[in-house]
Each structure stands twice: as C-alpha cells, then as structure tokens.
Ligand binder design. Structure first.
Ligand code: CA
Length: 221
C-alpha cells in the first residue's frame, strides 16, 4: 500500500510513463512542437494531461463543453478530437494572435466546426451564456485562464454545468508556490483561495490530481 503519490522527479520514470501510455496523434505533436518555440510555451498543458482530459470527455459522454483560456489550442484540440461529431466546444480567449494558431490546427484536424471561439473577456462570454438560458447545459468545463479570476470562472462554470458534469481546473498546484507561505502574489493567492473554497464546497465531489501543474476535478452534484 502506498502512503503518498509517487514522485516523477526521476526523469527515467517519467519517460517510462510516457513511453507506455502516451498516444499523442501527429497533429497534436505538431502543435506542441510549434508552441514549444513560443515565448509563453509554458501555458500549454502537458500531453499526458491532454490525453487524460480526452478520456474524461469520453467517460462523461460529453457533447457540450466549455474552455476558458485557449492559448494555441492544445487542450481544445484534445477535447474536440474526443467529442462525437455532434459535439461542441465554446472556447473563450482574448488573444487573436494565439488563437490564430489554434484555429489553424482545428482546421487541419477537421474539428473546426465543433469549436465556437469567443474572443472577449471570458466573464462576459460566461455571463451571456447564462443570460441566454444555457445554465446547467454543459457536460465538461476546462478552466485555464488568468488566475486572478479563478473563483469567478468557477462560480459561473458551476452554474453552466449540468448535474453530473465535470469542471477541470488547471495549475492548482502552481509549481509548488501554493504551499509556500512566503509567496503572496495575487495569482498564487487566487489559486489558494479557490483550493480552499473547493475543499468545503458541498455542491461538488472533489479530487486534486498531481498531473501536469495540478489538475482539480470538481463533479457537480
Ligand atoms: Ca495552464
């Protein structure tokens, strides 16, 4: 029996994990390699996390999903490829430049018609979805945008998600900074505030996975 999660600081073990489990399609690998040259490349999720999110989408039999924070589109492409032909992603971002890369890969992968990109502050898009009667209609939500708004994104996402739907929140271990009391910048504090809120939130079932930079799963009850 193991007392704690196995560490992957050993590169050999991490490489082994990838070698026996990662099934990254060529189109995703190309996007990851192009994004690796980008100055903000660290904003992209890890490929094993993308594959895990695709599995979650399949498990949920998701049809309608929401992504808050697109960047160059790796996570949305993972989800889009896992959705059925009738599936849909409402994708929120503010950068035309970064999402132009995403659009190019959505086209190349043949999933562009599944993705509706909203280039606007995500809170505005979420509020308009709520105002348009789309509460409790989403099967899956991925939150991975500006950390200062994490609590706002979470509260709106919870309204938009159906019962039994899942909200996945990225970077909740924040490169370890959340556990260091000397770190008090606004982004770290916002992630801590969300983590603390979720612990006692009886509207959800909760798990925080040490995959990538920490991925919190909140299942709406
Ligand atoms: Ca992230």
């Amino acid at each position: 029996m193991s007392r704690k999660t196995i560490g992957l600081s050993d590169d050999r073990l991490f490489d082994y994990l990838l070698s026996v489990s990662l099934r990254e399609p060529p189109i995703l690998r190309q996007l990851r390699e192009e994004t690796a040259l980008h100055p903000w490349a660290r904003l992209q999720i890890a490929p094993e996390q993308g594959q895990f999110m695709a599995l979650l989408v399949q498990l949920l039999k998701a049809e309608k999903t929401l992504e808050i924070g697109v960047f160059t589109g790796y996570s949305s492409l993972c989800v889009a490829l896992a959705l059925p032909p009738s599936g849909k992603i409402i994708a929120c971002d503010i950068s035309e430049e970064y999402t132009n890369v995403a659009r190019r890969y959505w086209q190349a992968a043949g999933v562009a018609d599944k993705i509706e990109l909203h280039l606007a502050p995500a809170l505005e898009t979420l509020d308009s979805l709520l105002a348009n009667g789309q509460a409790e209609t989403f099967d899956f939500v991925f939150i991975d945008a500006d950390k200062e708004n994490y609590l706002n994104y979470y509260e709106r996402s919870l309204l938009l998600t159906r019962r039994g739907g899942l909200i996945a929140i990225d970077n909740t271990l924040w490169n370890g900074l959340v556990a260091d009391p000397l770190i008090q910048d606004s982004r770290t504090q916002s992630i801590r505030a969300l983590n603390n809120k979720l612990l006692s939130d009886n509207r959800i079932s909760l798990s925080l996975l040490p995959i990538g930079d920490g991925l919190t799963l909140a299942l709406k009850l």
